[in-house]
Design a protein around this ligand. Structure first.
Ligand SMILES: Cc1cc2nc3c(=O)[nH]c(=O)nc-3n(C[C@H](O)[C@H](O)[C@H](O)COP(=O)(O)OP(=O)(O)OC[C@H]3O[C@@H](n4cnc5c(N)ncnc54)[C@H](O)[C@@H]3O)c2cc1C
Ligand code: FES
Length: 265
C-alpha cells in the first residue's frame, strides 16, 4: 500500500461525549496499529486531519474527535452506518518497555486522554510488569470528562485520579489543576512518565517533575502540531529537526526540550 492510499471504514457507533466531542467506533482494517499512533481522516471537500487511535482491536478502532472546524466538523453530523475514508496508521509508539520494573505515571490533560486511553488499557493488561501504575487526568469542567464508563473501570484497576478545573455540584472529587495531582503523588526518582495535553500543561507538569528529581530522559510527551502529509515530506509538523508525524508524535523530553521551550523553533 502506498503512503497516501485511503482505506474505507464504517462507522458502527457514535457516542456524544459532550457539547463538542464525539467518540466513534469504526470498523476498519489497519496494518497492525499500536498505542501512540494516529490516522489521517479525510472528509471530501474539506481536507484531512490527524486523529489519535484511541483503541484498536480485531478490526475495530475507537477515535475521539473534538469538533473544531472543517474536517472535524464532519463528525458533528456523522451517523452510524456512514462510510469514511482515512489513511495510516502513522507515527511511533508509547515505549512502555522503558517503564518495566519501575513506577509508571500517565498524565493526561483534556482531550489528551484520547492519546493515552489505549496506552492505559495496555498498561493495565500488563500491570505485573510495573512497580506502581498511577494515572492523573485533568478536565476543564464536569461536562468535559471523557470516557466516564472506562474511568470507572480504570479506578478499580490502578491509582487513577481525576481533577476538574471548575467546581460543579455533581462533582464530589478534587477541584484544581492537574499540577496539584502531580504535586500530591509520592514518586520514585526513576519513575517513567507518559504525558499528553496542551503545551502549557505539559510545561507546568515538567517543572514539578523536575522538582521531584525525575530525569528528563524518563519523560515522554505526545505532541500535536499542524500536519499535511503525515509521512515526513511537507515539513508542516516540524519541531526543530524533528517531524512530529514521523519521528513522533511521542518524544523523549530530553530530545525536544530545547525546541519545545523556544518560541518559533
Ligand atoms: C498527532 C495528532 C493527533 C491528534 N489527535 C486528535 C484526536 O484524537 N482528536 C481530536 O479531536 N484532535 C486531534 N488532533 C488535533 C486535530 O488534528 C485538529 O483539531 C484538526 O486537525 C482540526 O481540523 P479542522 O479541519 O476541523 O480544523 P481547521 O480548519 O484545520 O482548523 C481550525 C483552527 O484550529 C487550528 N488548528 C488546527 N489544527 C490544530 C492543531 N493540531 N493544533 C492547534 N491548532 C490547530 C487552526 O489553525 C485553525 O485556527 C490531533 C493532532 C495531531 C497532530
Ligand atoms: S506532516 Fe508533512 S512532514 Fe509531517
Amino acid at each position: 500500500m502506498k503512503p497516501y492510499d485511503l482505506t474505507e471504514g464504517k462507522i458502527l457507533k457514535v457516542y456524544r461525549e459532550n457539547y463538542n466531542t464525539v467518540t466513534v467506533n469504526v470498523e476498519v482494517n489497519l496494518n497492525n496499529p499500536k498505542p501512540g499512533q494516529f490516522v489521517m481522516f479525510y472528509a471530501i471537500g474539506r481536507g484531512e486531519a490527524p486523529i489519535t487511535i484511541a483503541d484498536y482491536r480485531d478490526g475495530f478502532m475507537v477515535n475521539t474527535i473534538r469538533i473544531v472546524r472543517d474536517v472535524t466538523g464532519y463528525f458533528d453530523r456523522v451517523r452510524e452506518g456512514d462510510v469514511i475514508h482515512l489513511r495510516g496508521p502513522y507515527g511511533n509508539l508509547w515505549p512502555t518497555n522503558k517503564a518495566f520494573g519501575k513506577d509508571i505515571i500517565v498524565v493526561s490533560g483534556g482531550l489528551g486522554l484520547a492519546a493515552t486511553r489505549w496506552l492505559l488499557e495496555e498498561v493495565i493488561k500488563q500491570k505485573h510488569r510495573f512497580k506502581n501504575v498511577i494515572s492523573l487526568y485533568g478536565a476543564k469542567s464536569y461536562d468535559d470528562i471523557l470516557y466516564r464508563e472506562k474511568i470507572g473501570e480504570w479506578e478499580k484497576e490502578i491509582d487513577f485520579r481525576t481533577i476538574l478545573n471548575i467546581k460543579n455540584e455533581m462533582w464530589k472529587g478534587k477541584v484544581g489543576l492537574i499540577t496539584d495531582l502531580v504535586k500530591e503523588i509520592e514518586i520514585d526518582k526513576d519513575s517513567v512518565v507518559f504525558m499528553c495535553g496542551p503545551d502549557p500543561m505539559v510545561n507546568a507538569v515538567i517543572e514539578i517533575l523536575k522538582s521531584k528529581d525525575i530525569k528528563k530522559e524518563n519523560i515522554y510527551v505526545s505532541l500535536e502540531r499542524h500536519m499535511k502529509c503525515a509521512v515526513g515530506t511537507c515539513g508542516h509538523c516540524m519541531i526543530g529537526p524533528y517531524f512530529v508525524c514521523k519521528d513522533g508524535p511521542v518524544f523523549n523530553y530530553k530530545d525536544i526540550e530545547y525546541f519545545y521551550t523556544k518560541k518559533g523553533v
